[in-house]
Write a protein that binds this ligand. Structure first.
Ligand code: AVJ
Length: 322
């Protein structure tokens, strides 16, 4: 009974934060919504579908790197290393790596979706029964969830941050996040991080406008989520998915374009939308190798080495906390 009551309260607190963030973002002159809210249960599953799509090369090419260099990567870690994965999602990428590691101390996935974490934990315990798993539900960009992990002792820690998730953060935010990672590591602990390379805009734009329109559904699901969880009345047919590369900012921007003047009510607030204006829903920053190395250095790491796929579209960096 007690547990049920406290989970109801927890849900309300989370919804209040969600509502606050949504209203704040939509009351700006240039409307925006935090991209972390794209990844509810439906959104996380749609994102998995994006990763499987032909046009979205990132996941496939990153996986190539892990398949080719897993032993070399695991050797950099050494034995008895604890692997921590912020934003782990379905934890699919880690199995190969854990398998290649010499007596891993364990695995700590962190994610905001408890359903996805639970499923992944079950799968890992089955396929790698020797590996201890400690899952934490929470927002990895906040220090609270990291404090919960402090009790897990280890010889060495490596933070595993694949998938170009760092690209979601604007450069200063990325630096803040990497500093938060560094603050949870001792000198010599590692960071294994994937970044998408700057490249031809045609290839980039195709990756975020896939021909099966999964990215479109993923983007629009954010409005559906606001309808369901916050009782809003967004008409999804009045918004269109738009994603384009911005060369100066070195990022793909994802927006929802309003197709007709109208207003939407969310809780007790009415928000006006004008034809042609957009809600900015996500950024995916692209980095050169040198550009990312200098971000690592600014954030308290020293770059050790990096690996690339055969088509040189994508990079995995290994760095050490100083
Ligand atoms: C999960 C942030 C790496 O930016 O490429 C994919 C998310 N959004 N298609 C990315 C995403 C639309 C993805 N990241």
């Amino acid at each position: 009974m007690k547990a049920a009551v406290s989970s109801v309260i927890e849900n309300q607190l989370q919804n209040n934060e969600f509502l606050g963030d949504v209203l704040e973002g939509l009351s700006r002159k240039r409307k925006t919504l935090p991209c972390k809210y794209l990844y509810d249960e439906v959104g996380s599953r749609l994102f998995e579908e994006i990763c499987d799509s032909q046009d979205y090369y990132l996941t496939r090419n990153e996986a190539d790197i892990f398949t080719t260099y897993r032993d070399e990567i695991a050797q950099k870690f050494g034995p008895e290393t604890l692997l921590i994965e912020p934003g782990a999602g379905n934890c699919e990428k880690v199995e190969e790596l854990l398998d290649a590691m010499d007596s891993p101390r364990g695995y700590c996935p962190i994610d905001i979706s408890p359903e996805i974490l639970l499923e992944a934990e079950k799968r890992i315990k089955k396929s790698l029964p020797g590996v201890q798993v400690w899952s934490e539900v929470g927002d990895f960009s906040q220090s609270e969830v990291w404090n919960k992990l402090i009790h897990v002792s280890s010889r060495k820690k490596v933070i595993f941050f694949p998938g170009s998730t760092i690209g979601n953060f604007e450069p200063l935010e990325a630096e803040r996040l990497l500093k938060l990672f560094a603050s949870n590591l001792a000198a010599g602990d590692g960071l294994l991080i994937g970044t998408d390379l700057v490249k031809d805009s045609v290839i980039l734009e195709r990756a975020y406008n896939d021909s099966d329109h999964v990215t479109e559904r993923f983007n629009l699901n954010l409005l559906q989520r606001i309808n369901v969880e916050l009782g809003a009345n967004f008409d999804l047919s009045l918004f269109a998915h738009r994603a384009f590369y911005h060369p100066l900012r070195q990022r793909v921007e994802m927006h929802l374009v309003c197709l007709k003047n109208h207003s939407v009510s969310i809780a007790d607030t009415c928000i006006d939308f004008i034809e042609g204006e957009t809600i900015h829903t996500e950024n995916s920053h692209k980095y050169s190798i040198a550009g990312f190395k200098s971000l690592l250095v600014r954030s308290g790491f020293e770059s050790v080495c990096f690996w690339q796929d055969s088509a040189k579209t994508y990079v995995i960096h290994y760095a050490q906390a100083i």
